[in-house]
Write a new protein. Structure first.
Length: 137
């Protein structure tokens, strides 16, 4: 399993994003089943919808959110069951993880051996977290 961050999802779906070419390669690896299922935290889903609405408009945001919900390779994760653990990680951190980033770290450490798909260096610098396909720090 691997946890998806909004930076990865947005880069994949936004041809104008500087990380789009690498996101396409990584998505190909995910779709090939190399990492198992992609875990999509609901907080990430909300961020993706909001950012794409602002940057690309409602048509693109609607197309992408529908594609995410219909993708058999992705599992939308309700974060309510991890709220307290995420809140504790958020409140006791030494860096500047957003609450959404803290949820990504929580899920990655619990279910994905620390593997994430992200372009966020703050997430990647967290102990035990690694970019999918690379060894953990």
């Amino acid at each position: 399993m691997v946890v998806l961050d909004s930076s990865f999802v947005i880069a994949f779906h936004n041809e104008l994003d500087a990380h789009h070419p690498l996101a396409r390669v990584q998505m190909g690896t995910l779709l090939a089943g190399s990492w198992g299922s992609g875990l999509l935290p609901e907080y990430v889903f909300v961020e993706v919808a909001a950012v794409l609405l602002r940057k690309r408009g409602l048509t693109v945001a609607t197309r992408v959110t529908n594609a995410l919900l219909e993708a058999p390779e992705l599992e939308l994760i309700n974060c309510a069951g991890f709220f307290r653990e995420t809140l504790e990680r958020f409140q006791n951190q030494s860096d500047a993880l957003s609450f959404t980033d803290a949820s990504i770290v929580t899920l990655a450490l619990r279910f994905a051996q620390g593997r994430v798909l992200t372009f966020d260096q703050g997430i990647l610098s967290y102990p035990g977290i690694s970019l999918a396909g690379t060894p953990p720090q």
